[in-house]
Design a protein around this ligand. Structure first.
Ligand code: GUN
Ligand code: ZN
Length: 431
């Protein structure tokens, strides 16, 4: 039984416009989605959807775009008070700001309060699913999952595994990290809309023994995700070479413990050797493009064309708090500019595909989220390309041109352009 109808200009992707052209998306100008039990029951012309469900409440967003909820493939929830920290590159930034802040998550009440803020903020920005790092403290992940569950959101998260090169308040051991991860997986994996990511933070903060334990976890839980960082910063890469002298490349440190695969998400991937690109492609691993973070920390420019050409799966991500915006729209704008710097183009339709179905595919979730179709979970975002005077002014000469509108949303849009967000069919922006 339909419980709610969302009416507007429904836009959903069937495929990547880079490969499939304009046939890759479907726009229904006066469209509607019928929602029942948190899922899309039907989608089509508004008049038909409304006629088929008499008496059902209609949320009328006529004139605005209704898209699948945006997906963020890499973000750190304990870094909400680290975002925008001045003047450091990766390793100093971690030591000076991040590792100080993350120690506060030993306190479950602090974790719970930040988790509430964080999810409010994601929803305000139209993000409905994210791949999230906790801290080393299992309670940080319990707090996050509990809050995500309460809100009915589809979220992936994991406890950071770190057994060296960090303050004592922020380290586990190979054994305790393994045991705590097993327990968290037992508690949360597959519960409602939640899934788990085994999270060795990066090679610098894990011993060989801990990476081995992470590999064992990945083998024991083949459908769980793996998330980590790879080849972000030159000093980091030099340190990894020093810490793992027998590894030929940074990626090999992870590969020899079985940490590559179709559910493994590698943040950054900026300074890769050709053999690393080939290994990412071969293993079906995912490279997360984190443009605001890469610029803010002075890390480097992502080479999407090179990875696309090699057949590496790419996702888009904010990487807050190295990243400087929770908004996937603002993140995409920086991504566009980064690619411009190396003469690469990224048309608006491809970018919107990436933030929705593309990221859903990268997370192996395309059968559940990322498109507006019967049976999919009802996570939606309503976008208004006229949200600010400057946007409305810019749009005046381009009404009716979808690709212009999408590009304005990316280049000028942020939370102000998000008119509403739905999670499992419930309106959650400002809720
Ligand atoms: N590498 C290891 N940890 C982090 C982190 O928290 N943020 C970023 N950007 N890179 C990392
Ligand atoms: Zn990160």
């Amino acid at each position: 039984m339909t419980q709610r109808i969302v009416r507007g200009r429904i836009l959903t992707f069937r495929d990547d416009p880079r490969l499939a052209g304009p046939g890759a998306w479907r726009l229904i100008d006066d469209g509607a989605a019928a929602i029942a039990d948190g899922r899309i029951a039907a989608v089509g012309e508004a008049r038909e959807i409304i006629a088929a469900a008499p008496g059902v409440a209609v949320d009328d967003h006529s004139g605005r775009l209704v898209l699948p909820g945006l997906i963020d493939a890499h973000i750190h929830y304990p870094q909400t008070r680290v975002i925008g920290s001045y003047g450091a590159q990766l390793l100093d930034w971690l030591n000076k700001y991040t590792f100080v802040e993350e120690q506060k998550f030993a306190d479950p009440a602090h974790s719970a309060s930040v988790a509430r803020f964080f999810l409010d903020e994601l929803f305000r920005q139209g993000t409905t699913t994210a791949c999230v790092y906790g801290t080393v403290h299992p309670a940080s992940v319990d707090a996050f999952f509990a809050e995500a569950e309460r809100r009915g959101a589809r979220m992936i998260a994991g406890k950071a595994l770190m057994d060296r090169n960090a303050p004592a308040g922020l380290t586990d051991t190979a054994q305790s990290g393994y045991d705590e991860t097993q327990a968290l997986i037992g508690r949360w994996r597959g519960r409602g809309r939640l899934d788990y990511a085994i999270t060795p933070r990066f090679a610098v903060t894990s011993t060989e023994a801990q990476l081995e334990a992470a590999g064992a976890l990945a083998r024991e839980h083949r459908d769980a995700y793996v998330q980590t960082h790879l080849s972000e910063n030159f000093a980091e890469i030099a340190l990894v070479k020093q810490l793992f002298p027998s590894a030929k490349t940074y990626l090999e440190v992870y590969a020899r413990h079985g940490l590559l695969g179709p559910r493994s998400i590698f943040g950054h991937c900026l300074h890769l050797e050709q053999s690393e690109v080939a290994a990412l492609a071969e293993s079906d691993s995912i490279a997360a493009f984190c443009p605001t973070s890469n610029l803010f920390l002075g890390s480097g420019l992502f080479d999407k064309q090179r990875l696309d050409a090699a057949g590496v799966r790419v996702a888009l991500a904010t990487d807050v708090g190295g990243g400087t915006s929770y908004s996937m729209l603002a993140t995409a704008a920086e991504g566009y500019k980064v690619l411009q710097m190396s003469g690469q183009s990224w048309p608006a339709a491809q970018i919107f595909y990436q933030m929705t179905l593309g990221n859903a595919r990268a997370l192996s979730l395309a059968d559940r989220i990322g498109s507006i179709a019967p049976g999919r979970e009802a996570d939606l975002v309503v976008l208004d390309a006229h949200a600010t005077p400057a946007m409305a002014h810019r749009m005046e000469s381009h009404e009716g041109d979808l690709e212009e509108e999408l590009f304005v949303l990316i280049t000028m849009g942020d939370d102000r352009a998000v008119a509403q967000t739905y999670v499992a069919g419930r309106a959650v922006k400002g809720a």
